[in-house]
Structures are given as structure tokens and as C-alpha cells.
Write a protein that binds this ligand. Structure first.
Ligand code: ZN
Length: 150
């Protein structure tokens, strides 16, 4: 970084935010410090735009401000991703059984993955459930009017 901005600071006794090189900004991981710094830069640039332009240091300060803004976005995105993955894992459980069956819970959705033996039983149960429904309907229909002997 050129010493120009530093000289200006001393000359004009401006309340200048701390000077950090853009490369170093990308190493800072304290989000709230950076948000605060970004605001200080914005306020400072807005208030002193003309004089900074005059001394030809505005580009240097804009570069710093931009690198702060970029780093703020990166950290926010990283936090959002972390939050997302934390939520994912808290709503996801998987229970495994000795036979090979698995019960997977995703949010409110529960899914049973059967092992071959229990899959066979499950299919048989479905077929028998169907059969039983038909039998019950058939038995219930005995007393229907259509079946009456007139
Ligand atoms: Zn099983």
C-alpha cells in the first residue's frame, strides 16, 4: 500500500478508518468487525469524497472498501451454508436394524427400507390386506337387498 493515504491522514488529521491492505482483509474472519469497518469506510468515503479525490487516494480506499464488502459477503454465505447443513443433520435420522431394515426420517417424512426377508413379508401383508378387504366386503354384502329371495 502506498503511504499516500497515511500521509493524508497525518496532514489533514482526518478521522480515517484503519488502513488494511485488501489482501489482508481477505484473511479476517471476524464478520462483525468487518461489517463495522465497512460502515466506517462508507461513512468516511461519503463525507470526504471530494478531498480524497483531490489527493488522489480515493481509488486506494475504494479498493479496501470493496475487499471488505467482498469478505463480508463470503463470511455471510459461509455462515448460511453452515446453518443449512446443521438444519439438515438435525432433521435427518437413520436407524438400522440387525436384519438389514432401515428407518429413515427426513423432516416429517418417515421411510422404511426393508431387508429382503421383511420386504417379502410386507408384500405378502399387502396382498393379504387386499384379500381381507374383499372378503369383508363379500361377507357384508350377504344381507344386501340384491341377495334377498323375494
Ligand atoms: Zn428386516
Amino acid at each position: 500500500m502506498s503511504g499516500l493515504a497515511n500521509q493524508l491522514k497525518q496532514k489533514l488529521k482526518l478521522k480515517m478508518p484503519p488502513l488494511v491492505s485488501p489482501n489482508k482483509v481477505l484473511l479476517i474472519t471476524d464478520l462483525y468487525y468487518l461489517i463495522d469497518l465497512e460502515k466506517k469506510y462508507d461513512d468516511f468515503l461519503e463525507t470526504n469524497q471530494q478531498i480524497l479525490d483531490l489527493y488522489n487516494v480515493i481509488d486506494e480506499l475504494l479498493d479496501i472498501r470493496d475487499s471488505i464488502a467482498i469478505q463480508v459477503c463470503r463470511l455471510k454465505r459461509k455462515n448460511r451454508l453452515n446453518e443449512y447443513y446443521q438444519n439438515m443433520s438435525s432433521y435427518f435420522t437413520k436407524k438400522e436394524y440387525k436384519c438389514g431394515c432401515e428407518v429413515i426420517q427426513r423432516n416429517y417424512y418417515k421411510e422404511h427400507v426393508y431387508c429382503p426377508k421383511h420386504l417379502h413379508y410386507y408384500k405378502t401383508k399387502c396382498i393379504l390386506d387386499n384379500e381381507l378387504t374383499k372378503i369383508n366386503q363379500e361377507l357384508a354384502s350377504i344381507t344386501n337387498i340384491e341377495n334377498e329371495i323375494l
